[in-house]
Write a protein that binds this ligand. Sequence first.
Ligand SMILES: [Fe+2]
Ligand SMILES: [Fe+2]
Length: 181
Amino acid sequence: MDDPEKLLRKYIKNENLIKHCYSVQSAMKFYAGILNEDTEKWGAAGLLHDLDWEMYPDTHPLTAVPILEEAGYDREFIDAVLGHAYPDRTDVKRDTPLAKYLFACDEITGFVMAYSLMKENGLNDVESKSIRKKMKDKAFARNVNREDILKGAEDIGVELDVHIKNIIEAMKSDNRVNIRQ
Ligand SMILES: [Fe+2]
Ligand SMILES: [Fe+2]
């Protein structure tokens, strides 16, 4: 298996996108830890789920498949990556915990990150309650799909408030993501 970080850097140069990938990696590792799953694999799925987004936005995430296969990732892993874009871009349903958690961690980390950028102390100033309130502000972070956030939490069976708290904690404790620690 190739070093996932190296693979990420090979395909993604945009620092904001890299930070998004780190955020999802941290969240996935956090959940793998509490669920007794493979933290490296779950983390790598978070890290690499948007691998082809910068170079091939029109065919994302399909273009990532041969790259991930070549790197040695298994079917479950690749289906989870494909599943995060179901049903808009792929027809691969999210059947496994890996796929469900990946989907659940994707949009919400983006929203939390966007919100934290308005705060003086970044992520350290972010609380679940204020995130839930801000989600109702349709003009804010428009590109983040609220429905997907709700659906993601529902599919993993974690109450939205608890899920957001977990996401904040995971992102806060990652010094690549939380630069104001
Ligand atoms: Fe994506
Ligand atoms: Fe993403």
